[in-house]
Ligand binder design. Structure first.
Ligand code: F6P
Length: 363
């Protein structure tokens, strides 16, 4: 008897529920039942499993009504964790034993780069194929152009920046808006283009504290100056830039000497607001396509791989979906590392693109 287990791990991301829904439905269409594992890798260690299917009137496996109803919602119905225990080999051996006890023949892990590392480690303890589906608003997972949650988070950021811009224009203000992303500036860069921000501060282009403040002061003074005569200044700052937003606001306010000017500066940290909310169309679509490929992979016995939305790359294995390939987790982890240390051509292209349009951003 074949059975699949699915879990969500790491920071939640919109689209995780849509991926759980897709996995459960696609598996059911193959006549395979799915177990949900509660609270990520912690639940795998503790054997915290619950069935995600019911029997329909014809006696065939069908997703629980909850899976259908909540498929578009943010968060994860299975709960998540950043499991510290999973770093321990003995704990992973217990998790492998749970898979055997529940007669699980394939596992699908929906999560970020830490979760992908977890797949690679668990693969050493079990023969059960484990496939990853990338999900993290940070977009810092190698070999997928986009992870689940990124598009929804960007829509939330754009809406927030539009709202803030209304206030900014009405009061002649500069706003520094900080967005999440851990060490990745992707959300900040993409949102800056989409909101026609005046500047972006991102960790991929490291600056000292003084340089950061200097560039903010220069951007605000030029934008509000006679030549540009703007009513709003919007600067998007990535969380990974190691100068706190309030400090930039205070210091820039001091340097500009706002008593003698007719505008002022405010800061807003969007924080976890960006991680919640219903999944966008694109995240739901990606979740459905990743889910299908992941189920087909585990049923074919492929493991230690991640689904990636990518074309034109040499690495990886083609799948039944032209846009989705299966990448060895080892390659995913190596590319993730270079994305974060800036040596990847993907991060270099992103920075080059931002630099190329920097002049336009400021206009
Ligand atoms: O990885 C997603 C993320 O939201 C990051 O952008 C952020 O740095 C981090 O998680 C916050 O983690 P926590 O929710 O544990 O505070």
């Amino acid at each position: 008897m074949t059975a699949i287990a699915v879990l969500t791990s790491g920071g939640d991301a919109p689209g995780m529920n849509a991926a759980i829904r897709a996995v459960t439905k696609v598996a059911a269409s193959h006549g395979v039942p799915t177990w949900g594992v509660e609270k990520g890798y912690d639940g795998l260690i503790d054997g915290d499993f619950r069935p995600l299917i019911r029997r329909n009137k014809a006696g065939e496996p069908a997703p629980l009504r909850e899976i259908e109803a909540e498929g578009g919602e943010g968060g994860t119905i299975l709960g998540s964790s950043r499991s510290k225990r999973f770093y321990d080999r003995a704990a992973r051996a217990v998790a492998a034993q749970q898979l055997e006890d529940y007669s699980i023949t394939g596992v699908i892990v929906i999560g970020g780069n830490g979760s992908m590392a977890g797949i690679h480690a668990l693969t050493e303890e079990t023969d059960v194929p484990i496939v990853g589906i990338p999900a993290s608003i940070d977009n810092d997972i190698g070999l997928t152009r986009e992870a689940l949650g990124v598009d929804s988070a960007l829509n939330t950021i754009v809406e927030a920046c539009d709202n803030i811009s209304d206030t900014a224009r009405s009061h002649h203000r500069a706003f520094i808006v900080e967005v999440m992303g851990r060490q990745s500036g992707y959300l900040a860069m993409a949102a800056a283009v989409a909101t026609a921000a005046d500047a972006v501060l991102m960790p991929e282009r490291p600056h000292t504290r003084d340089e950061v403040i200097d560039s903010v002061v220069k951007c605000i003074e030029t934008s509000f100056g006679a030549a540009r005569d703007k009513t709003r200044v919007l600067i998007i700052k990535a969380e990974g830039v190691p100068v706190p937003t309030h400090e930039i606001v205070e210091e820039a306010t001091k340097r500009i000497g706002l008593d003698s000017s007719d505008y002022d500066i405010r800061g807003t940290v969007l924080g976890h607001v960006v991680r919640g909310g219903d999944a966008s169309f694109r995240d739901r679509l990606l979740a459905g396509r990743f889910g299908r490929v992941a189920v087909e992979a585990v049923l074919d016995g492929y493991g230690d791989v991640m689904t990636g939305w990518n074309i034109g790359v040499e690495l990886g294995r083609p799948t039944t979906d032209d846009w989705i390939r299966l990448f060895d987790i080892e390659d995913v982890l190596a590319e993730t590392e270079s994305l974060l240390d800036g040596t990847s051509s993907v991060s270099q292209d992103r920075v080059a693109r931002m630099e190329a349009i920097q002049g336009v951003l400021a206009l």
